[in-house]
Design a protein. Structure first.
Length: 362
């Protein structure tokens, strides 16, 4: 959390947000999603080291508290209601899961299965399912802000009823905050007063570039005011803070209070990907930031929200869920080029298209 003294009205607002978005039941649910994110990431790393993963694995170690909170407060699409829109980034395994992605679909994508949402044609983090509110990631360098803006503007132009009150959320890192695409997207988001939240994970590492070479302002949240939107700065290793801040921001956006920004300070606990040992991270920086999956259970034990037996049982349940999901999909088929009907073009037969006979759309 920001160390600046908070005005009394802001302190009261935070107290209200904690009561609404960080109840004991919500904290337990949040911890479970955090565990699911960590457990899935760990299993994917093990599969990568067994040469079973197509591409790389980018883990969310250290960012689970922030990411898991996002999906908990978003509305999934249901028949007759479009639901919210989420554009996760490379470290949002926990958020993907809490917004409805299944373990099975995650495994299918990483293992290149024909049965997955990308049908074995795009791997790891570039996955999504627009019918479920998940936008497939184009890039983690600011591109998804514009994608979510465009989705929300399209809904506005289609005169989506106000009663739907759908919101859009995307994430960005401290490095991505310096890209032109990000700034253009934030400006559109603010000028058009879109019901949208940008969650900033300042994990101190733009790959291997530290904050002092990435930006000169004291806290990235100051940029929210510059764009004309509300911003809040929190400790991203504190699960309770992540819950109330993200829950409050999404609720404000849904209630027509304009675009929101949440800036969480934390640390990426592993390398940029499985190819990176992060040996460039100094020990004193590591020592400043606890692992949120160590800190959250300790705080919950101290607050008598859960006991150690409950925490241990939750880990067992989560690991069992992940193992069962993997076993269900491990023998599913890979794409067969002799059977596939998919094409990147609007028609499968380009010869017919060039001859003026477009044929049927696949």
């Amino acid at each position: 959390m920001s160390t600046h003294p908070r005005p009394i009205n802001e302190a009261l607002a935070i107290l209200d947000a904690k009561q609404r978005f960080a109840s004991p039941q919500q904290r337990i649910e949040h911890l479970r999603w955090m565990m699911r994110g960590r457990g899935l990431d760990d299993r994917l790393v093990a599969l990568y080291r067994s040469s079973l993963v197509h591409g790389n694995v980018f883990t969310g170690h250290g960012q689970e508290a922030l990411s898991a909170a996002i999906g908990m407060f978003m509305q999934r699409p249901v028949p007759g209601t479009p639901g919210d829109v989420f554009a996760p980034l490379i470290r949002d395994t926990a958020g993907r899961l809490s917004f409805g992605e299944s373990f099975e679909d995650s495994f299918r994508t990483y293992l290149g299965k024909r049965t997955g949402p990308m049908r074995g044609r795009d791997g790891n983090i570039h996955r999504g399912d627009p019918t479920k509110g998940h936008l497939a990631m184009i890039s983690h360098l600011g591109a998804m802000v514009a994608a979510v803006c465009g989705t929300l503007i399209a809904r506005r132009l289609r005169a989506e009823p106000k009663s739907a009150r759908t919101v859009g959320v995307t994430c960005i890192g401290d490095g991505g905050m310096a890209t032109g695409a990000l700034h253009e997207g934030l400006n559109v988001m603010a000028v058009d007063k879109l019901p949208m939240v940008v969650v900033v994970a300042n994990n101190h590492l733009s790959y291997s570039t530290f904050n002092d070479r990435s930006f000169a302002c004291k806290d990235l949240v100051s940029r929210a005011e510059a764009y004309g939107m509300r911003g809040v700065s929190i400790d991203g290793t504190d699960a309770e803070e992540c819950l109330w801040a993200v829950g409050d921001a999404i609720t404000r956006a849904r209630n027509d209070e304009g675009p929101q920004m949440v800036v969480a300070t934390l640390l990426r606990l592993q390398g940029h990907g499985t190819h990176d040992d992060a040996s460039y991270v100094p020990a004193d920086l590591r020592a400043r930031f606890p692992d949120c999956l160590d800190a959250a259970p300790k705080k919950m034990l101290a607050d008598h929200v859960i006991d150690q037996a409950g925490i241990d049982a939750m880990w067992v349940e989560v690991k069992d869920e992940i193992s069962q999901a993997y076993e269900r999909i491990r023998n599913e088929p890979a794409p067969n080029p002799n059977e596939e009907q998919w094409t990147a073009y609007s028609v499968p037969d380009l010869t017919s298209f060039r001859c003026g006979n477009a044929g049927s759309t696949p």
